[in-house]
Design a protein around this ligand. Sequence first.
Ligand SMILES: [Zn+2]
Length: 298
Amino acid sequence: MLKTLILIAMLFTAGCASTKTYTPPQTVGELRSLYTQLGRVSAITHNILVANTPICSKLKTYYGFIPMSLKEQGNEEQKKLAIKAFNLKKQPTVTYVDPKRAADKAGLRVGDAIISANDNRWSDTKSPDEFTKLLNEAQHSPHLRLGILRGKNKQVLNLIADKACDYSFILSDTTEHMAIARNKEIIVDLGAAKLLKRDDELAFFISHELAHILLGHTLPERKKELDDYKMRNIIEKDADALGIRLMIRAGYDPEGAETALKSTDLIDSGPVTNFFNYHGSYMSVDERIQYLREVVNQ
Ligand SMILES: [Zn+2]
């Protein structure tokens, strides 16, 4: 669902955060749970982006790990919490490893501190920011040689990148239950990630938004069509038809689309959300499920 009415209090991207009016996690449990959802959304999004490379014009490298830097952790309290939650070191520390991807295959583990990336050593850089920048750049190359510190042991791991469609995701820290597409980004509400327990369900939301991007619906020149009821109906059907194929290609069960739509409809069908037309009145949930079944059975 493309949605214009959204308040994003805080955006999390893989490894970095921007601040607005945002209440950060207050306990170790809350922080770990936030990063568990961040990792889960990242893994599902990238399964879809890797599986659908034949239809994407631009590809990126993907290694499948999320490092955290102490410097990004706001005030002293937040720093202490991050150190406790992830055993955070002075070097970037791994907080998530995608089980299907290069980092996991090479043996990278949560809690590993990254001390070198390709030919750049943490100890040689002038500041933590400089090393973070070099680590990000190194992830654009097809091979990544990571020096890590695990406990007191140093190791070098050789990672070979997966190719993925060149789009990114953001986990938006809101209690809403939606996903939206913006330019080349898929934005997923934390509320949706928490509500949709099955990966197949979340995969439908993410695939639908990726379909909007692939079909050019997020281009500025298409904006007028989104406000036109008839055009919007066609646009949403097109995104559903392509989206369900994208998720199937990534190995997800299309039945997840049905339960995802039913769960979010149940929770979002109150008078306020109906008034704002939050999830689009272009089709009722029952009609949409019927339409998706027809697409799958074609
Ligand atoms: Zn949509």
